[in-house]
Design a protein around this ligand. Structure first.
Ligand code: NAG
Ligand code: NAG
Length: 300
C-alpha cells in the first residue's frame, strides 16, 4: 500500500514535471526549463492567465536584488492584471548569488552578447513563438536591479519591446564594470556620481546595438527623492539618457506637472516617448502603480 502510494506520488511528480516542460499551467506560475539557446542560467518563470487573450501581450517583470521570480510575482500587481487583460507575464529569476542582475558586463550590455539580457530576450522570443503573442504588445518593467535591467533590455533589445517602465533604477550602462565583472556592484553609479551629458548617455545606449535603426520602446522612469540605495541623481541621468536617445531637449521638457499622478509626485514629459515621475519623499523603491502601468502599456 505504502509502496503503491509512493509510486503513485512519484508518477504524479514525474508527469507534473514533464507537463511543466511541455506546457505551463494556466493560472499558476510555472517554470520553463527549455527555451532555446539561453547563454546564462537565469530561470524562466511564466504566468499564463486562465483568461488568455487571443494574440496576447507580454509583460516581462524583473525582480530586485535578494528577490526572486515568485517573490516579484506575489508582490507585484501583474498577476491580477494578467487575468484582467489576458497578457502573459514573464518573471525571470537571477542566477547570481544575492540575486541581483548582471547589468555590468560587456556581454549583458551588448545585443546578443550572451549575458542575462540575452537570456531574457530568449524568454520573450520563446513566448512570442509559443503563444503567437502580439509583438506590438511586448513590454518590460522591474524594480531596483530589475529597473536597471529594464533600461538595459530597452537598450539592447529595442526591437523586442514597445515600452518600458523602470521603478528606481539607473541609466543603462551606468553599472558598466571597468574590469568586465559580471553582476558587479558599482558604487560610483549607485551614489549618483556617474554623470554625463544627454549625448554621452545616449551614445552608451546606441553602442549596445550598433547600427540599429528601427523603433525603440517608449520609456517611463520612476524614482524617489529619498532613495538612499540608488541615489536620486540617477533619475536625472536616466532622463538625460532617454531624452538623448530620442533627440529631445533634456533642458526643455515638453511639460512638468506637480502632484501627478499623485500628491508629491511630479511628472515630466520630455516628448511622446520619454517621461519621468519623481516621487518626493519616497525612498528605495517607488511602489508599483499597476493601473497606471496598464494605461502606459495600452492595455487599459
Ligand atoms: C562604474 O561605472 C562607471 C560608469 O557609470 C564607470 O566609468 C566606472 O569605471 C565603473 N566603476 C567600476 C569600478 O567598474
Ligand atoms: C537600417 O538598417 C538596415 C539593416 O542594417 C539597413 O538595411 C537599412 O539601410 C538601414 N536604414 C537606414 C535608413 O539607415
Amino acid at each position: 500500500m505504502r509502496v503503491l502510494s509512493l509510486l503513485a506520488s512519484c508518477l504524479s511528480v514525474v508527469s507534473a514535471a514533464s507537463l511543466a516542460k511541455r506546457a505551463p499551467t494556466p493560472g499558476s506560475l510555472s517554470q520553463v526549463t527549455s527555451f532555446g539557446k539561453a547563454p546564462t542560467n537565469a530561470g524562466f518563470y511564466i504566468y499564463v492567465p486562465k483568461q488568455l487573450a487571443a494574440s496576447p501581450g507580454i509583460v516581462v517583470a524583473i525582480h530586485y536584488c535578494t528577490g526572486s521570480a515568485s517573490a516579484y510575482f506575489n508582490g507585484s500587481p501583474y498577476k491580477t492584471l494578467a487575468e484582467q487583460y489576458g497578457f502573459i507575464g514573464i518573471y525571470p529569476s537571477s542566477p547570481h548569488s544575492g540575486t541581483c542582475w548582471d547589468v555590468s558586463s560587456k556581454a549583458t550590455l551588448t545585443h546578443e552578447g550572451g549575458g542575462d539580457s540575452n537570456t531574457i530576450a530568449q524568454m520573450v522570443r520563446w513566448t512570442i513563438d509559443q503563444y503567437k503573442a502580439d509583438t506590438s504588445k511586448v513590454f518590460v518593467t522591474g524594480s531596483s536591479s530589475g529597473a536597471m535591467m529594464t533600461n538595459v533590455m530597452a537598450a539592447t533589445y529595442p526591437d523586442l519591446f514597445k515600452a518600458g517602465i523602470a521603478y528606481s533604477g539607473v541609466p543603462a550602462g551606468c553599472f558598466m564594470s571597468a574590469a568586465g565583472g559580471v553582476d558587479a556592484w558599482n558604487n560610483s553609479c549607485a551614489n549618483g556620481q556617474s554623470t554625463a551629458t544627454p549625448q554621452k548617455w545616449a551614445q552608451v545606449v546606441l553602442d549596445m546595438y550598433p547600427g540599429y535603426n528601427g523603433t525603440r520602446p517608449k520609456m517611463q522612469i520612476y524614482h524617489g527623492s529619498s532613495d538612499g540605495t540608488l541615489r536620486p541623481q540617477n533619475y536625472q541621468e536616466t532622463m538625460k539618457q532617454w531624452a538623448g536617445v530620442f533627440g529631445y531637449n533634456y533642458d526643455k521638457p515638453e511639460s512638468t506637472k506637480s502632484n501627478d499622478p499623485q500628491s508629491g509626485y511630479t511628472r515630466t514629459v520630455y516628448g511622446p516617448m520619454v517621461e519621468g515621475i519623481y516621487a518626493q519623499g519616497v525612498g528605495h523603491t517607488v511602489p508599483i502603480r499597476g493601473a497606471d502601468d496598464m494605461k502606459y502599456f495600452g492595455f487599459a
